[in-house]
Design a protein around this ligand. Sequence first.
Ligand code: NAD
Length: 359
Amino acid sequence: MTYDIAVLAGDGIGPEITQAAMEVLKAAAKRFGFSVRPVPALIGGIAIDRTGDPLPEETIRICKSSAAVLLGAVGGPKWDQLPGDARPEKGLLRIRASLKLFANLRPAVVYPALRAASPLKDEILGEGLDLMMVRELTGGIYFGERGREEKNGMTRAFDTESYTVEEIRRILRVAFDIARKRRGRLCSVDKANVLESSRLWRETAIELSAQYPDVELTHMYVDNAAMQLVRDPRQFDTIVTSNLFGDILSDEASQITGSIGMLPSASLGESTLGLYEPIHGSAPDLAGKDIANPIAAILSAAMMLRYSLGQPAAADAVEQAVNRVLEAGVRTADLASKGELVVGTKAMTAHILSALERD
Ligand code: NAD
């Protein structure tokens, strides 16, 4: 079995980290008896330079005919003066829309070896943290009716939170399926004490839960969820929420881990074709210096193995290899405490590859 992987390296550190992730993906594939074939395509600033468009049609075509998409990062000072629609970041929004990716998955994991990087106290984190945030990505207030109007000499602006049952059901289904593969607990976050759209969200969650008797469904108001994430984050397994609430809570959850270079993400739609990318940006300050942390990209590849390629054992092996390398004290500059030995992007990747092979 050979899977085509569209590789959209993008700008800044994007090429270095996607190369690292592809090396790990290839090694994992070899070990588990399948293969992957990278198909490079342009996105972001480099796509603007070469074609005048941050997301050329050719890239969309390549992505649609691949098993999954690996994306690095886009943007940089060179393109900062361009108008909104012509900017590299527009390529990101357009690729998610073109592939109809409505579910954003962001794990927040605190590895025991990196506990010191978290701003939370040891007694709160205990043995570490492993939660999954599932955010609705294409509906809600960011896409609802909006506008400004003048009335009686006053200016009014409005944005509308709106969800259909179908939109709610499909994101909840993704979340239930994920919770089922994790520790079997799903917390649906809403504001059902105030918002009608949240009441529909909660009713739909309760109705759908009948199809998932093995998943324990709970509900929490978003204001409480924001508090509980820092008070006792280990109570959560999988969280599902709307676009707006998820935008805020997923940034809060990622901050708990304390290290931006470690955080992967996945965006999924109706089919198995998903897009996998680190949550960090193109870090132009680090580009080309072999110092960026490749782990967020490598863990994004692990998510690809689990959610698009149907290779959970390979995904586990990659995550365990990363864990072992961290346990052994290997650190890129962004993770290192005083006195710890620091390695570059290539050396970190080599350590993870050899941990994967030794397993
Ligand atoms: P950034 O995430 O690129 O960098 C923030 C800080 O984290 C910097 O100090 C950087 O050095 C550090 N950092 C990021 N990734 C790292 C890694 N893998 N290893 C070690 N350190 C790492 O965010 P920014 O500086 O606000 O933005 C830089 C550019 O990236 C901008 O053009 C922005 O628009 C773009 N951006 C792109 C994406 C994306 O492609 N998804 C996301 C955010 C920002």
